[in-house]
Design a protein around this ligand. Structure first.
Ligand SMILES: NC(=O)c1ccc[n+]([C@@H]2O[C@H](COP(=O)([O-])OP(=O)(O)OC[C@H]3O[C@@H](n4cnc5c(N)ncnc54)[C@H](OP(=O)(O)O)[C@@H]3O)[C@@H](O)[C@H]2O)c1
Length: 304
């Protein structure tokens, strides 16, 4: 029988891509909050993440084998403007999920971020101490600690992904794709570096990690560090857009934005060594993104 996977934040970018990538191998339940979203071959159910008694009762009756906690307040500017809400959603709800999974002995995956550091080092490993620059990063860093304290068996995944998004939640690749297809001039930063991964590949990699029965922090990112501008150039090339439309810009010039790290790149060495395989570079994953488009997988999400 297929194992049952319950995904919190079920209407979000990662959850939807995760569900589509893994629905043939697992029974998927998308956990909803305010927005209700339905995809074929899976259930969508409202699930309270607070208070903890209701969450525990829900999980006890649903009996998932694996819980993937993707729910969060992910907009950096919104977190800065609403620090109490960011604390509640990113920290308190994550702690609830960790405690409930520990109590019910459910395999628990907590989704964290590459945004936890000051941005003056590249290809950061899992051992590096966090140095958050903003409220989003502070709450995500605190969440990791609370999850580890509440459920030492939890798997914590630091990542930064892209993929086809619904109309109400565009990913970075959607932003570039839409702008270039309309002949607009997106500005992409030359001084911001990261190690992006296709969302579906996060899912595949995490399920491989789960099969190894590991816990603690793992970086699940692509094999290649590049700037956001360079990522845009690669997208233009893969989707046959005119790369000259892309405006090279600098994060350093954006004085009105919340402070962010210039370098968010993570090392995926620990994950790759454990799995005995690479995760894939940007060209590999952009090819997969293009295949998703031609297989119409993208439309299932984009029509939402
Ligand atoms: N996007 C990225 O590139 C990126 C990079 C690094 C790490 N991450 C991490 O990856 C995870 C998933 O990110 P994402 O971009 O897929 O998220 P997203 O698209 O912004 O979706 C967030 C989800 O959280 C739910 N949610 C918000 N408040 C909630 C609450 N109080 N109770 C229950 N659910 C709530 C939302 O439901 P409603 O819409 O119904 O409120 C939505 O389903 C997050 O933990 C994020 O920090 C994201």
């Amino acid at each position: 029988m297929k194992k049952k996977v319950f995904i919190t934040g079920g209407s979000g970018l990662l959850a939807l891509n995760w569900a589509l990538e893994m629905r043939d191998q697992y029974t998927i339940i998308l956990g909803m909050h305010k927005r209700n979203v339905v995809l074929s071959s899976m259930d969508s159910q409202y699930c309270p993440l607070d208070p903890i008694d209701e969450l525990t009762a829900y999980l006890d009756s649903t009996q998932p084998d694996i819980v993937i906690h993707t729910a969060g307040l992910t907009n950096v500017e919104e977190c800065e403007a609403n620090p109490e809400l960011a604390q509640l959603v990113n920290v308190n709800l994550s702690e609830n999920v960790a405690k409930a999974c520990a109590k019910l002995k459910i395999t628990h995956v907590h989704i964290s971020t590459d945004h936890l550091f000051s941005g003056d080092k590249k290809l950061i490993t899992e051992e590096e101490s966090v140095a958050p620059l903003n409220v989003y990063a502070q709450t995500k860093a605190e969440a990791e600690q609370r999850v580890l304290d509440s459920n030492p068996d939890a798997l914590i995944i630091r990542t930064n992904f892209y993929g086809w998004g619904p109309t109400y939640r565009q990913s970075f690749s959607d932003y570039i794709f839409t702008a270039l297809s309309k002949g607009d001039n997106p500005t992409l930063y030359q001084d911001t570096f990261y190690t992006p991964i296709l969302a579906g590949e996060v899912a595949r990699t995490v399920h491989d990690l789960i099969k190894h029965h590991v816990n603690g922090i793992f970086n699940v990112v692509g094999d290649e560090r590049l700037s956001k501008y360079e990522f845009g150039l690669k997208m233009a090339s893969h989707f046959q857009f005119d790369s000259k439309l892309i405006n090279p810009g600098f994060l350093a010039d954006q004085s009105l934005m919340v402070r962010r790290p210039f370098d968010m790149s993570l090392s995926n060495k620990k994950t790759c060594q454990l799995l005995g395989r690479p995760i894939g570079g940007v060209d590999d994953h952009l090819q997969l993104l293009k295949q998703q488009q031609s297989k119409k997988i993208s439309q299932e999400i984009m029509q939402l």
